[in-house]
Every structure is written in structure tokens, then in C-alpha cells.
Design a protein around this ligand. Sequence first.
Ligand code: GLU
Length: 483
Amino acid sequence: MIKTRFAPSPTGYLHIGGLRTALYNYLYAKQNGGVFALRIEDTDQKREVAGAVESLILTLQKMGLDWDEGPMMDKDLNLTEKGQNGPYLQSKRLKIYQEYAQKLIDSKNAYFCDCTPERLDKLRQEQEAQKLAPRYDGHCRDKAPISKLQFPDKPYVIRLRVPENREVVFNDLIRGEVKFKTSEIDDQVLIKSDGFPTYHLANVVDDHLMAVTHVIRGEEWLSSTPKHILLYEAFGWTLPQFSHLPLLLNPDKSKLSKRQGDVAVEDYLAKGYLPEALINYVALLGWHPSDDQEIFSLNELVKSFDLCKVQKAGAVFDVNKLNWFNCYYIKQLPEDELLKRCAEFLPNVDKDKLLKILKVEKDRLNNLSEIGEKVKMFLELPDYDGKILIFKKSTKETTVTGLKLALAVLENVPENEWQKENLNQILSKVVTENSLTNGDVFWPVRVAVSGAEKSPSPEEIMDVLGKEESLARIKTAIDRLNK
Ligand code: GLU
């Protein structure tokens, strides 16, 4: 039975890269009829952020990546969990790690170390002065085992005894054969002086106890893998299959960072990016189908995704491309669904009016929260500079003429014929019958009703505004020009 897991540390938000890792784990498990688990790696007390676990889980739930095992938030927003291998929060498993650390002590694969921070600092400084990579010097390796009873006041850690002069070799599904020399691996701390495990110990113990068969994670963990392999060996456990996903990069090829834009999935959701667009886009960060298909639903991804075809090179996260996907998915949403999702951003706008506005604006939305901006001109005429009413190839006189002629004909349009197709024909007639240009009629009418230099077409806006408001706005424009 194939089993994957997503094992985030609750840092306060779900990184876009984390979403991709979760997705690839989900896809691999689902396409193989396997199990996808969620485990929260919250053993770093220093980095704990209040509420981070809950919000991480909620965000993952919103993204629709249903896991078979792991912690969840129920309807009343209480933390629960499902599955036979819990608890799934590492902070609830401390005893287990201590027990397994003791096994490593007993088998001499780990040792107690009571070096003081001062000694370790000094060691680091000496190594730096000699331009050596900082690492533990094995000072406590051969000391007799200590226990808390013997040294009640002395803090200690437990370290992995990394074998000397060996090569750790493994086959990564994405990277192929990867080799590390043990001479480059530090005697890693496994249990910290506060009794908490480090990532390495907790991660390996849990992957084994939770029967994880495939470890799919970001490239930043590649250098941890030999340490993990040494731990598996020390315990006598079978190795999982490792796959390390390529880094996500900014467009300038630096590592994707907050400084160059949003990296938190929560921020994208808050701006009105659709989960389906985010999923589709991140799926393609490092993997491409053999043909040119770009649009994939989650189910289609389950069918098409191929872990072995994930690239090694870093993948550029391009928010413009994400916008393209988001626009696509916004256009695909059924009207009532779009209305529902936009209404979350505009709780105070009349639903019928919003629906009309959405008909005009939906193809231009990069995200749902933009509707907040787009809606403004429909609700109230923005203050604008009268000069923008005059098209660059027109004059004030022809503009006033155009507006007055348009107003005169529009006044005679019956309410029930006030629709964009009609309105377009009427404005066209004003142009042709009076030997005017589009710049004398369509341009100023559009600016008059939108109050903006750029906007949808005049007929679309007038259709939403209705006759009375449209005529009032055109009159206002004429007054401005006549001033
Ligand atoms: N807790 C690690 C993280 O935050 C998990 C790495 C792994 O999947 O092994 O990414």
C-alpha cells in the first residue's frame, strides 16, 4: 500500500511551495490507490506561532486536498483527527521520540552530549577561523552514558553517532542517484536539551511508525536525507522512497521569497484567487504533461501527474501566469457561483446589481477581490478631470456635439429597449448620421458614464447603470465641458 504524507511545520502560513508539496503527495497517493496523510511537525517550540496549526489545516481544507489520515478542523472549528496512526501532531508524541532515542543510545548509535553552549560557540569560532565547516567535534562520543538522574542539573542533548568514512547512497525518484560522504555529516542532535526531538528524529520515527512508503518533499531537505537514512539503518528499518521537488524561484531566479510578492496561500485566497486556479498553477511548477494541456482539474491531475517526470531544475513562480489561470477559472464559474464568491468580498452590494456588474467585468477580473474596485464606478460616478472626455484626435466642440446628439437620441429609448446591443447601434448611428467619429461619440459617452480613462464599453456600462443614471452622467459631462 502506497502512503505519502505532507508534514508541514506550522510557521504561521502555508507557503506556495508547501501547497505544491502537499498536492504532489496527494496526487501520487490517489493515482496509486494509496493513502495520503497529514502530519504537523510542531516540535520547534521557539518557532511556535499561536493559532498556526489551526489556520494551516483550514487553508489545506479550503484547497480541497482531502487527506485520509491526520488532524482536521471540524464544523465548529475544533481540532480533531482521523486515522489509526495518531496522534498526528508531533508535540503530542514526545514520549515516543524519547523511547526511540533511548533505543539508539542502547544500540550505541546515539550518545548523550553535555557540552555547554560556551564550548560549542568556541568550537564554532575556531572552525570558522580555520575556514572549516562548523560541526560538532565528537567530544562526548566516548563518554560513559549519562542519565538525568546522574546529572540532575545539567542539560544534555542526544546526538546521532554518524559512522566514519562511509558513503550514503540513495536513489531519488527525481534526482536519480544521490551520494553523501559521512565525513560531511555532523553528529546531528536528535533530542534537544528541552527534551523535544529535532526534526530529523521525529520525522524518521513518524514516517516509519505511520508506514509512509514515499517521502516527497522540497529540495531544501535533500541534505537531511543522508542523516535520515543513517537513522533508518540504525533502527534497522526499511527506507521509504525519497523524491525531492525542485525549488520555487522568483522571476529573477532567486529563491521564492516574500520580498518579491506574496508566498502565502492564505494571502492569495484573501485576494480572491480560486483554489482550483492555485492548484492548477502550482501543479505545473516543476511538472508538465507530455502534450500542451494546461488546464487541469484536480481529478485530471490525479490521472496525468507523473512524479518521475518532475524536473530537477528550479521552477519559476510567475504571478502573471497564476493570474491567467485565475481569470480562466473565474470565467468558467457558473453565474450563481461567481455571484456567491464575489458577494463574500462585497457583502453590502445589491445582488441583482452585482450580477449585472459581473456580466460586464467577469472577463477582466484577475481575482475576486478586484470586483471591489470594479464595482465602485457603477455605484457612484468617480470624480474625474473633464479633459479626459476629449479623445486625442477630437476637439472640445465635436465632443460636446457628440455628447449632445447622443443624449438626445438616448432620451428617446424606451426603458425596455435599454440593452447593450441596442445602445451600441444607437451610438453607431449618431456617428454615421452626423459625420462624426467614434472618438467624438463612443469615447466621451464612455468616459461620461464611467468617469474613467479606461473602462468597459459605454453600452455595457449604460446597460448596468440603467437609463436614468446614464443620462444624468452624460448631462454632467456636457456641463463640465461647457464650463
Ligand atoms: N517539517 C518539514 C517542513 O516543514 C517537513 C519536511 C519533510 O517533509 O520531511 O517542510
